[in-house]
Design a protein around this ligand. Structure first.
Ligand SMILES: [Zn+2]
Length: 303
């Protein structure tokens, strides 16, 4: 900038004696309203919302985060818990029903399984919602964006498959439609298997910031368990496709399905316990965050 032309007569401004640490030197958004606090004094208040500037320098723990966003997290995990519990219940019912071999049960369960799936999807969408207000203060974590993308694709595909299940009687199934359906159902299976590792990666990040940080270790162990489950299931599927029709493949198939089923059940059960614990931690954080926000409101009123 050409200073000469702006103020040629102005006397040079003497440097102001301030401690460099007392001034916000970088772009820092107000934790409450998003106002850029750069150049403001650390012990002053935000000119937009009157929240103390120092509040925007607190750790990224959930108890200091936006209560509405923490509520989205808690609600998401809560819905996921109900979804997983219902899913396990339906699995148990489906297995017992399969033993009694009721032919109508298959169609019946195909539709019933959409209820926990939709609950889990709504929960996952709520859980992966972008952070409000602190978004600029701490960068949007990559695991959140990754989980969000997987969740959105999986949700659209599952809703698509539900629509198809409702309408297939009225559609002419040509060989082209059939090929598309096979590809979609394979992609949907792969995505359904990827959804838990993706969500757990983000849950690790959330657990670290929660009132129960030891849950981060849980999330890490569960992530590995789910990756093993995903990989072995995919390899098993490939193996079955390659060996289908060969002599003795039926015994192998039953054995493989049994082992994978047991491992999957254990993994899901642990995931459920983890989700319940995370839900309880997030509820605590939601209360703390509400109290923290209320204290800022109080500060605003007394100022
Ligand atoms: Zn503000």
């Amino acid at each position: 900038m050409d200073m000469e032309s702006v103020a040629p007569e102005a006397a040079p401004i003497p440097p102001v004696a301030v401690q460099p640490l007392q001034v916000v030197e970088d772009d820092r958004m107000c934790v409450r309203c998003g106002y850029n606090l750069r150049t403001l004094l650390l012990d002053s208040n935000c000119p937009e919302c009157a929240a103390p500037v120092s509040n925007s320098f607190l750790s990224d723990e959930l108890e200091f985060s936006h209560p509405e966003w923490v509520n989205w997290l808690a609600r998401g995990v809560g819905m996921g818990c109900i979804g997983v519990a219902l899913f396990i219940l339906l699995m148990v019912l489906a297995i017992t029903e399969a033993i009694t071999k009721t032919p109508a049960a298959i169609v019946y369960y195909t539709f019933l399984f959409y209820i926990p799936m939709l609950l889990m999807m709504l929960g996952a969408i709520s859980f992966t919602k972008a952070e409000t207000s602190r978004k600029e203060a701490t960068p949007d974590p990559k695991p959140r964006r990754f989980a969000r993308v997987v969740v959105v694709i999986w949700t659209s595909m599952t809703i698509g498959s539900l629509m198809f299940n409702l309408a297939w009687r009225y559609i002419a199934i040509t060989s082209a439609v059939n090929s598309v359906l096979h590809v979609v159902s394979l992609l949907n299976t792969v995505l359904a298997l990827a959804i838990f590792p993706a969500l757990l990666l983000y849950a690790r990040h959330i657990a670290r910031r929660s009132s129960s940080p030891r849950l981060e270790t849980w999330a890490r162990v569960l992530f590995i368990m789910h990756v093993i489950l995903t990989t072995t299931t995919l390899l098993g599927m490939c193996y079955l496709i390659v060996t289908s029709g060969r002599a003795g493949s039926g015994v192998m198939r039953d054995g493989l399905a049994g082992v994978l089923g047991c491992y999957g059940a254990v993994t899901m059960l642990f995931t459920f316990v983890f989700a319940v614990l995370l839900y309880s931690a997030l509820r605590t954080d939601r209360t703390s965050a509400r109290n923290f926000w209320r204290s800022m409101d109080h500060a605003t009123q007394t100022n």
